[in-house]
Design a protein around this ligand. Structure first.
Ligand SMILES: [Zn+2]
Length: 475
């Protein structure tokens, strides 16, 4: 009985851990490695295990860094079921189809360039057809229902409050006389965030695999961010331009719409025309609208009062490219929410091309902007940016509203750990080394024990509760 760490060990993408009980092998997540060319190359490499030998996948949520390689796993011979929460399955449909479209487009562009150099064509990571095949393997489950998925392996999903349908996975493992309970956090949500519930507290486990994305810092308080947002909207209205908001299609976009609705009067939202200009975000918003049973108490009440996501009377959904292009003709009074979140692709780049040079344009950043992205260049005050080879002067004002995050911060992670009645063995995954070191130290300070930090390829023996092929990382 053991766990091997095949991804998201000392990094934040490519979540993938292999649990073995007797002859049975279960993958916890099978995510894409994201970040630059090197990440793309690593995704195409063979898996560090044989997909044919995996009996089942247990999936925490529908972000691509957790689910994005499942179509590839199926393409390479995985035949078993993928267990996940039922709304997560719906979301995976949206994510896989979108990813397959992007691969198709990018591969065609690349192959045209390769042809001009007499190089052979390359294949996309997976196609729309592979995505559909993978979705057939999904076996949706409800939250809070315990199920035996293989002899000696029972699982239960608990709401992680990170995005809709996201789960903390509880696993009860049994091999002969040995029994262990493993808890895999997936990504833990940000407490007190709009719409979703807080991450479910868990009280007992032998081993906890815990994400540590924001292990090194604390988010800005919600109220401060809300006040700031109100001020920026006022400022923008006074300068009589448009507001461009690059936004992640799943989670952040729905939070924004919810907050616009919640603060409709306070922020004088009636003076704006709001456009949701992203087909994927529109689909994801529909899933949020159809599943208000998963909302927190306050958000449920707002649905009953007709004050939720769908109550924004000035919201327009622009699905087609033609509708999107028509937005270029609006000189002022428009809030345009478009992907991608870090401005690396999607329709936001077209809006930048048309509007970034104007001095009365406002760009509002509500998400993390990674190093090397166009979003980061703007946040760092670039005077010009390049779009499709053309240099564009940045006349727009760029604002960043901190405090929005779908992840628990350091306090959130430690508070969640406090719910365990007896100290479990905590192993940190899904975090950069700096954040993990900080969290390890802080858990030591506040809870009196030190989590381990999973290393790539490391194997944790669940019977002896020690690592087979590397030293224990606790210090
Ligand atoms: Zn996530």
């Amino acid at each position: 009985m053991h766990i091997e760490f095949h991804g998201a060990a000392q990094e934040v993408t490519g979540s993938c851990h292999l649990v073995q009980v007797g002859h049975y092998r279960v993958l916890l997540d099978c995510g894409l490695i994201q970040g630059g060319k090197y990440g793309e190359q690593r995704n195409a490499e063979p898996f560090s295990f044989d997909p044919k030998q995996i009996d089942a996948v247990v999936l925490s949520h529908s972000h691509l860094d957790h689910c994005g390689r499942i179509p590839l796993l199926v393409k390479r011979g995985f035949k078993g079921p993928v267990y996940t929460q039922k709304v997560c399955r719906e979301m995976c449909g949206i994510m896989f189809r979108d990813a397959a479209n992007i691969y198709d487009h990018d591969t065609k562009t690349l192959n045209r360039k390769r042809a001009r150099k007499h190089l052979p064509p390359v294949e996309p990571l997976y196609t729309a057809d592979d995505a559909e095949k993978a979705l057939k393997h999904f076996q949706p489950m409800a939250y809070d229902v315990e199920d035996e998925i293989l002899p000696g392996i029972r699982i239960r999903f608990k709401d992680a409050g990170h995005i809709i349908g996201s789960s903390i996975v509880e696993l009860w493992l049994e091999d002969g006389k040995h029994r262990r309970k493993v808890v895999f956090t997936g990504d833990l949500g940000h407490s007190d965030a709009p719409i979703l519930r807080d991450p479910t507290p868990i009280h007992q486990a032998d081993v906890v695999l815990m994400e540590s994305t924001y292990g090194g810092r604390c988010h800005r308080p919600w109220q401060e961010s809300m006040d700031e947002m109100g001020e920026i909207l006022n400022d923008a209205a006074n300068s009589k331009g448009n507001i461009l908001i690059p936004s992640f299609a799943v989670g952040r976009t729905q939070e924004l719409l919810y907050l616009f609705s919640e603060n409709f009067d306070a922020w004088n939202m009636g003076r704006w025309q709001i456009f949701l200009d992203s087909p994927m975000a529109i689909e994801a918003t529909e899933v949020y609208l159809n599943h208000c049973e998963l909302y927190n108490k306050e958000a449920k009440q707002r649905v009953l009062n007709h004050e939720s996501l769908d109550s924004l009377t000035n919201l327009r959904l622009t699905k087609t490219p033609e509708e999107s292009m028509a937005l270029n003709r609006i000189a002022s009074g428009a809030i345009i929410i478009a992907g991608s979140g870090m401005c690396e692709g999607g329709r936001i780049r077209h809006h930048f091309k048309c509007q970034l040079w104007k001095r009365n344009t406002k760009v509002l950043m509500v998400g993390f902007q990674a190093k090397g992205t166009l979003g980061r260049q703007l946040v760092e005050g670039a005077e010009t940016v390049k779009l499709w080879g053309e240099t564009i002067s940045v006349g727009a004002s760029v604002y960043t509203v901190g405090g929005f995050s779908a992840h628990a911060d350091q306090d959130g992670l430690i508070n969640w750990l406090k719910h365990f009645k007896k100290q479990p063995k905590v192993v940190l995954v899904h975090g950069e080394p700096g954040a993990q070191d900080a969290l390890q130290h802080e858990v030591g300070n506040r809870l009196g024990y030190f989590p381990d930090i999973a290393k790539p390829g490391q194997k944790l023996d669940l019977i002896r509760m020690s690592y087979d092929n590397a030293e224990n990382q606790a210090s």
